[in-house]
Design a protein around this ligand. Structure first.
Ligand code: ZN
Length: 86
């Protein structure tokens, strides 16, 4: 299981290098999730109005795409974990 919530991450005192290119410690994971909305047609404004929305679980794993905000490197989570293990 790769997912760790933010509070756990911030307890770590030393962040390992993750980016294979510049050694950056923070990367963006491009994850996807499903968002669903309930809508009604409001005759007063003559358009659909969202009355409630729900967001599904965010899913990502070692094959998810990541990018480095420092150097624009793109790759997979698994490549970064190899760097962190060294
Ligand atoms: Zn980088």
């Amino acid at each position: 299981m790769l997912m760790t919530n933010a509070s756990t991450i911030h307890l770590q005192r030393h962040h390992k290098r993750l980016c294979p290119c510049c050694g950056g410690t923070t990367l963006k994971v491009l994850a996807s999730t499903l968002v669903s909305c309930e809508v009604v047609f409001d005759a007063r404004v003559n358009e659909l109005v969202v009355v409630s929305e729900s967001v599904g679980d965010i899913e990502w794993d070692s094959s998810s795409q990541v990018e480095c905000p420092s150097c624009d490197w793109h790759g997979q989570v698994s490549e970064c974990l190899e760097v962190a293990d060294q």
